[in-house]
Design a protein around this ligand. Structure first.
Ligand code: ADP
Ligand code: MG
Length: 225
C-alpha cells in the first residue's frame, strides 16, 4: 500500500517570546491508501492545527509534509492550493457548505473550479452511498445536522482526492447519527482506497479504526494499530 500522507518532525508555533504557544511539537505520522485513522485528544490539544497543516491549509514552522509523494512544504501558496484542491478533501467542523447554494449546486461549483465534469453516474453513486439523493434541491439551512454532515462528506469525496481529513465530523450529531457518519467515512476509506484521518474528542467514535493515535499538548502517540 502506498503512503499518502507523510509528516516528519512537524512543529507549529504561534506567537513569539513569552506568548509563544507550541501547538504541534514534532509530529511524525504516515498514513497509507485505504487506511482509516482516528486521532483522539481533548479540546486545545492541537487537533485542528494538525489537520489544517496536514492538508496544507496552514504551513508548519518546521518539518516536512508530503501528500501522495509530493513535498508540500516547499511549494508557494498558489502551487500548494492547486495540490490541495486535487489531493485533499476536507470535512471541517462547521461543515463549510455554501449557504446560498442548494446541494446539487455545491457539487457543480467544484466542476466549475475543476473545469472538468464528474459523470452523472458517478455523482448518483456518491449521493446514493451517502443517502442524500433526495436532498439535491435543498439548501444547507433546510438540512438536519446529520444530512449536512453527509453532504459535506460527499463534497469532500467529490473530486476523488487521495486524502480525506475530517475535523470532529460528529460533534453536532446525536449518537446514532454520529456512529453512522464514522461508519460511512470508514467504508469510503476502504471501498475507495482513501487515506482518511478523523480527529475527535469523543472516545466512543474511535472503535473500528485501522489505527488510533492520541494527541496531547501537541504531541502525537500511537495507541493502537
Ligand atoms: P483542538 O482542535 O484540539 O481544540 P487547536 O489545534 O485548535 O486544538 O489548538 C491547539 C493550541 O494552539 C491551543 O492552545 C490554541 O489556543 C492554539 N492555537 C491554535 N490556533 C492558533 C492561532 N491561530 N493563534 C494562536 N494560537 C493558536
Ligand atoms: Mg479543533
Amino acid at each position: 500500500m502506498k503512503n499518502i500522507l507523510e509528516m516528519k518532525q512537524v512543529v507549529k508555533s504561534f506567537g513569539q517570546g513569552h506568548t509563544e504557544v507550541q501547538a504541534l511539537k514534532g509530529i511524525d505520522i504516515t498514513v497509507k491508501e485505504g487506511e482509516f485513522v482516528s486521532i483522539i485528544g481533548p479540546s486545545g490539544s492541537g487537533k485542528s492545527t494538525f489537520l489544517t497543516i496536514s492538508g496544507g491549509l496552514q504551513t508548519p514552522t518546521s518539518g516536512t509534509i508530503s501528500i501522495n509523494g509530493k513535498n508540500f512544504t516547499n511549494l508557494n501558496e498558489k502551487e500548494r492550493s492547486k495540490l490541495r484542491f486535487k489531493e485533499v478533501g476536507f470535512i471541517l467542523q462547521a461543515s463549510n457548505l455554501i449557504p446560498y447554494l442548494n446541494v446539487e449546486d455545491q457539487f457543480k461549483l467544484i466542476d466549475k473550479i475543476n473545469r472538468k465534469k464528474v459523470s452523472g453516474q458517478e455523482v448518483n453513486g456518491l449521493l446514493q452511498a451517502l443517502d442524500i439523493e433526495d436532498l439535491r434541491k435543498k439548501y444547507p439551512g433546510e438540512l438536519s445536522g446529520g444530512e449536512r454532515q453527509r453532504v459535506a462528506i460527499a463534497r469532500a469525496l467529490y473530486n476523488d482526492p487521495s486524502l480525506i481529513l475530517a475535523d470532529e465530523p460528529t460533534a453536532s450529531l446525536d449518537t446514532d447519527r454520529a456512529y453512522q457518519v464514522v461508519e460511512l467515512l470508514k467504508k469510503e476509506a476502504h471501498d475507495k482506497n482513501k487515506a482518511t484521518i478523523m480527529v475527535t474528542h469523543d472516545i466512543r467514535m474511535i472503535e473500528h479504526s485501522d489505527s488510533v493515535y492520541r494527541i496531547e499538548d501537541g504531541t502525537l502517540t500511537k495507541i493502537e494499530g
